[in-house]
Design a protein around this ligand. Structure first.
Ligand code: AMP
Length: 484
């Protein structure tokens, strides 16, 4: 059979994922499954758990939701042990195939090693090519597999030294949770773009993408893993290593805007509070005379509450969401996406008829959702429709682990706000300013030299080198030359 060599596919490159790891927790697999369930919003395409029982590693990975794969007691019974790592995957295009489901597992000379990755390596293509030339046989098309090969060929002897050796060669955004025969390991990239928290559960430990995963398993939040920090957890406790020296933090601001669950706490700030505060800031910056504030559920709800409280205009559920369809964003074509919006949202005529409505959503990506919703709201009899967005215009693609389309497909990348308002069909459209967003998050504004967050999707200021784009993709080269 002739098959081209596996390559890391550009279009499959932007993954949003959730990770969790447990050390010294009875029934680790069942507890991990619960944690993954709380992190389901970070990835719905595939899920997996690897456990270690002191002698052997055990693994179960499958396509679909956590509940589809880990509700069966027989599956959990096949995953014995008190240590585990788990992963939820969300990939953008193409068939998600089983070989792309994490955690990845490999047998090394030092023993077994399982790793779960949230983020995106920006020099994975370059490294992939070098590794293939050296004889490494890739089993998946995931950038995360690069870690496994770099660790395998490292000349250092301990797992931790090999991991550090590998990390020094990769560039990108990553939160990793890994398991060896001796320890549970957690890593955040030097800028801390993706989140990772440490918690205590009984006499054991937990690492997870978000605090909502700690809450569901009854774990206590200890602290965020720091940017550039490796935590090594074993029966002696937690050892912290900082192999990269000091660098400034650039946590992903889009986690606050859209991605994280509202009941999670990041950098000491509840995501829910952050969203409400951005909504209030939006009301101060772009107030409008209206009768009702209506969120686009679910992601626009906290910002709409903040907007309503600040403006004194009543908050009403003018759009009802059907919870039994997936996120429209994962649908593959524009045609299906258009249908998807209708499947997901419907207008509540009782609230909208004859009213001046302010619709609040967290972001406009392609504009498909907004256009359909505005149409629906008008059909339900709204007199005026104003749209307020609780993030600045999304003008640039993310290369650090949030699924965004190519730059050309981002409505704000090639249209002014006025043009966007005409396309979406609203009487007025406004986005919170970048400084307003920073202020809502407790910062004085955006420091142009040392911005606190990674806000590349709003500013084009990419804090981590995009080696692969410069290296080999025409599409992304043109993306870079277009002003990013
Ligand atoms: P669009 O129709 O492409 O403009 O999508 C905008 C909607 O998608 C907003 O309501 C957001 O809540 C949601 N959204 C924004 N970013 C993402 C993302 N990375 N993945 C899935 N949904 C998203």
């Amino acid at each position: 059979m002739h098959e081209p060599p596996l390559s890391l596919d550009d279009d499959k490159f932007h993954e949003e994922c959730g990770v969790i790891g447990l050390w010294n927790v009875p029934d680790a697999a069942a507890v991990t499954a619960l944690g993954l369930h709380a992190l389901q919003h970070r990835g719905q395409e595939a899920t997996g758990i690897v456990t270690y029982d002191g002698k052997q590693f055990h693994s179960h990975r499958g396509l679909g939701l956590v509940g589809d794969n880990f509700s069966d007691a027989k599956v959990i019974a096949c995953l014995p042990g008190t240590v585990a790592v788990g992963h939820n995957r969300y990939a953008t295009t193409g068939g998600t195939i089983l070989r792309n489901v994490q955690p990845l597992y490999a047998d090394f000379e030092f023993g077994g090693f399982a790793v779960a990755h949230n983020g995106n390596l920006t020099n994975a293509h370059v490294l992939h090519r070098q590794l293939v030339r050296r004889g490494c046989l890739f089993q998946s098309t995931m950038d995360s597999e690069v870690f496994v090969h770099l660790i395998a060929i490292s000349l250092y002897s301990t797992v931790v030294d090999r991991l550090i050796d590998a990390l020094k060669q990769v560039v990108g955004a990553y939160s990793l949770v890994a398991l060896s025969n001796e320890a549970l390991l957690g890593v955040r990239d030097p800028l801390g773009v993706r989140p990772l928290v440490l918690g205590r559960i009984g006499t054991g430990w937990v690492l997870a993408s978000e605090t909502c995963a700690l809450d569901i398993i009854g774990a206590e939040f200890v602290r965020d893993v720091e940017p550039g920090e490796i935590v090594v957890i074993n029966d002696k406790g937690v050892n912290s290593i900082k192999p990269f020296g000091r660098s400034t933090e650039r946590f992903c601001v889009f986690e606050y805007i859209y991605f994280a669950r509202p009941d999670s706490i990041t950098e000491g700030m509840p995501v829910y509070t952050a969203r409400k505060r951005i909504g209030a800031e939006l009301a101060r910056e772009f107030g409008v005379e209206a009768d009702v504030i209506v969120p686009v559920p679910d992601s626009g709800v906290p910002a709409a509450m903040g907007y309503a409280q600040e403006s004194g205009i009543p908050f009403e559920l003018g759009i009802v969401r059907n919870h039994y369809v997936g996120r429209t964003f994962i649908e593959p074509t524009d045609h299906i996406r258009n249908l998807g919006v209708k499947l997901k949202h419907s207008a509540n005529r009782a609230v909208l008829a004859g009213k001046r409505v302010v619709l609040v959503d967290d972001s406009i990506v392609r504009g498909t959702t907004s256009k359909k919703i505005v149409e629906m709201v008008r059909q339900a009899g709204a007199k005026e429709v104003h749209m307020r967005i609780s993030s600045p215009p999304t003008t640039h693609s993310c290369f650090y682990g949030i699924d965004t389309p190519e730059r050309g497909q981002l409505l704000a990348s090639n249209h002014s706000v006025e043009e966007m308002a005409a396309i979406i069909g609203v009487d007025s459209l406004a986005f919170v300013s970048i400084d307003g967003m920073y202020r809502a998050l407790g910062k004085p504004g955006r420091d142009p030299v040392h911005p606190h967050y990674c806000d590349a999707c709003f500013t084009g200021d990419y804090p981590i080198a995009l080696a692969d784009q410069a290296d080999n993709s025409d599409r992304q080269l043109s993306l870079l030359s277009a002003g990013s």
